[in-house]
Design a protein around this ligand. Structure first.
Ligand SMILES: [Zn+2]
Length: 476
């Protein structure tokens, strides 16, 4: 007799096959296939539950329970019910369920044979539960549930319809705010392409305002990534209705940032999966914390190894950081008149912004260049972002944001002339040139333009190349 049950793998439950057979031998239940202690302890509960519910134990027969896939170490809170019901069906104490696919069964048993629904059943991806899961009573889930109070009622479960649109996204409402044209354009390009950005400039120039605004400007997330984000947040008791916003304080440790400990726990970067991370006053963060962001920014995940345990956690997020350019905060490239810092202090400060880490940002924007004519309503920016994303999906069938475009994909949009004459020459690393091309693609999408025009390249060059260059010139 085969049934499908589930076991935990990171943030979700995945199906395992439970095959039960009876053979002559000692009357005992034996698990094959790397069961953990929780599973081995379930034997006592299963026997007690069967007895209390008036069922017979298998007598002088050995019960073998094979768990597949074999290579994974099994831990499952819902295996009690899977084994008990497979045993009742196999022994003929209850009629076997009809149907081509093995039944899906997941529940805990009390010693008296009542069935409890483990709360981690909530984490089962909807597709695995689409045929209905036999479990204990409780409210509706994202898939149909066959609810049973106790073992005796196994043949007459109550069908619970999956819940409806509670899962729908709720985009944050935007503040009643107007921006100047340059900052509106910066916000639009960052949000539409999901390009990581460092906003630099004196206090009061609106850099934090724009960073915060991005959250409500972001387009809806990819369905799969968001379902995973919801499970990550549910594990922490935080329901999620929109892409997460994570704003760690600059005192955060690298352990809290990336996760770790024993067993490895997820950190802030995993909480930010599928959403936005804002680091206010980027240079105040410990260099070790800045450094720890390199792996997730490159790979979209983090591999944590502690005390022989290895976990891979997802961590693909948009990073937006803000910073001053000197200790007093008033310095800007080409405008030192307001800054009171000595040349040495300033150079020292800026040196920290020129490390390999800063090169990971797609764009660097100096906020005071944003002018003081506040005539763009934030709702207009959102419309531009939505239109650009809609354009991208409709014309190229591209579901992923431009920030993950490959070099070949994005070079396709350029003419030979542009490639030869309009890309900045010299000192352009592969990473910078790829950032430039991706951001140029987003400027083109914002203009609903199939081709990347010269003006798109020009705007992208300004924030992905020239601004980084200006930082380098400061102490020359
Ligand atoms: Zn200064």
């Amino acid at each position: 007799m085969k049934v499908i049950s589930f076991m935990r793998d990171g943030f979700e439950l995945v199906p395992i096959e439970v095959e039960l057979s009876l053979s002559p031998g000692l009357p005992q239940i034996t698990f094959l296939g790397l069961p953990d202690a929780v599973i081995r302890e379930s034997v006592g509960r299963i026997k007690s539950a069967l007895r209390h519910q008036g069922f017979e134990l298998p007598g002088a027969r050995q019960v073998l329970v094979q768990l597949r896939p074999m290579h994974l170490r099994k831990s499952s809170r819902g295996l009690d019910l899977a084994v008990a019901s497979a045993l009742l069906w196999e022994m003929g104490q209850l009629p076997k369920p009809v149907g081509e696919t093995p039944p899906r069964v997941y529940g805990e048993l009390t010693l008296k044979g009542e069935i409890l629904r483990p709360d981690d059943l909530e984490d089962l991806p909807t597709e695995f539960g689409s045929a209905g899961v036999l479990t204990g009573p409780g409210g509706p889930l994202g898939f149909p549930v066959l609810a049973v109070q106790q073992l005796r009622d196994l043949q007459s479960p109550i069908w619970v319809e999956p819940r409806g649109d509670e899962d729908s996204l709720v985009r944050p409402s935007l503040p009643d705010l107007r921006l100047n044209a340059a900052s509106a354009e910066a916000a639009a390009v960052i949000a539409a392409g999901e390009h990581s950005a460092l906003l630099a400039g004196p206090p009061g120039t609106g850099k934090s305002t724009v960073a915060d605004l991005i959250h409500g400007l972001l387009p809806p997330p990819a369905a799969g990534a968001f379902a995973l984000a919801k499970r990550i947040h549910r594990a922490r008791g935080e329901p999620l209705r929109w892409r997460p916003l994570v704003k760690p304080h600059h005192s955060v440790t690298s352990l809290a940032m990336t996760g770790g400990s024993v067993p490895p726990q997820p950190g802030e970067i995993t909480r930010a999966h599928s959403g936005l991370m804002i680091l206010d006053e980027f240079l105040e963060f410990d260099p070790a914390v800045q450094e720890s962001l390199r792996e997730p920014l490159e790979t979209g995940g983090i591999r944590l190894a502690r005390a022989g345990q290895v976990r891979q956690y997802p961590a693909r997020f948009l990073l937006v950081a803000t910073t001053n350019l000197c200790p007093c905060g008033r310095y800007l490239p080409g405008r030192d008149e307001l800054c009171r810092c000595t040349r040495a202090r300033k150079a020292n400060y800026l040196a920290r912004l020129r490390g390999p880490f800063v090169d990971r940002f797609h764009a660097l924007l100096f906020t005071p260049r944003w002018g003081d004519s506040f005539d763009v309503d934030v709702s207009e920016i959102r419309q531009r972002v939505d239109a650009a994303v809609e354009y991208r999906v409709r014309t190229r069938g591209q579901l992923h944001p431009n920030t993950t475009l490959g070099e070949d994909e994005v070079r396709k949009g350029l003419t030979a002339f542009q490639q030869k004459h309009l890309l900045p020459m010299g000192g352009l690393s592969r990473r910078r040139s790829l950032a430039l091309l991706r951001v140029a693609r987003t400027f083109a999408d914002l203009d609903a333009s199939d081709e990347i025009r010269n003006e798109h390249l020009e705007k992208a060059t300004e924030i992905t190349f020239r601004s980084f260059r200006e930082l380098e010139r400061v102490d020359a």
